[in-house]
Design a protein around this ligand. Sequence first.
Ligand code: NDP
Length: 294
Amino acid sequence: MILIDGNKISSEIKEEIAIEVQQMKSRGERAPHLAAIIVGHDGGSETYVGHKEKSCKQVGFDSTVLRFEDTITESELLATVNKLNNDPAIDGFIMQLPLPKHISEQKVIEAIDPRKDVDGFHPINLGRMVIGLPCYVSATPAGIVELIKRYKIETSGKNVVVIGRSNIVGKPISILLAQKSNPGDATVTLTHSRTKNLKEVVANADIVIAALGQAEFLTADMVKKGAVVIDVGITRVKSETTKSGWKLIGDVKFNEVAEKASYITPVPGGVGPMTIVSLLQNTLKAAKGEIYPK
Ligand code: NDP
């Protein structure tokens, strides 16, 4: 069994990005600049934005965080999005979700200029992804593809089963791996809570991607011997053994599934660290005008 080490790969990619930023600066160009908008005081969102700021610093990016109270109106937030859309000093920005109930997330996402939508949530980027055009691919599926690439895991002709059909993970990763590309060319089955005989479907999978958000859902009896297992799930549970009093659990019962898998991602330290790195990669592409020429 080979452990897919997301911490190691994400550090390598950060180093590669940092070198490229150095080269940009030595050519007299400014550093890529990522902005984040955060509304309210959601603990999870604060943590994510904090990680993003730290990662930007590590690779030499400029970063800006715009914070608002959850009393902000939808039109004020849309005006802020518009300001960032038109600010030439910002290459890309993200709207940290969730937003308060009185604001339409979809409306705000659609207000982001697709050229600056480094989270890849805008329908234009999603649509371009579906038809295989250059676009910003959302961070988690992009991170999974990068892990598959760097570990040279064959996907062509393989049976891939994705569990969970969210717009940010399940749906995009199922499309990416079904594309005529490498990684890709897989036969993909996208499953969800209404799927009948899930066990039989998963038993046939060469690659299983668990993204349903149910702690330790995938057990060894469900997995074919030699399968590749990618665990996207993150569930925070109380723990007496950690300093913080919390620990993270994936959607896979790691210890028993690891004995049958050929490759497996741990939680934490698998897909998680790749997510922020993908965002950095998208921001670098934005700064270079790689997807949408400036
Ligand atoms: P959602 O929570 O939005 O959706 C869950 C999906 O799983 C739904 O499609 C649901 O089906 C399906 N599902 C739920 N229960 C079952 C079941 N018993 N059998 C089959 N399918 C089921 O998904 P997200 O993609 O937002 O999140 C999934 C997990 O990934 C979470 O733990 C989240 O924290 C984590 N995550 C991790 C990231 C990372 O960086 N590592 C990034 C993003 C998410 P239905 O559509 O029918 O309701």
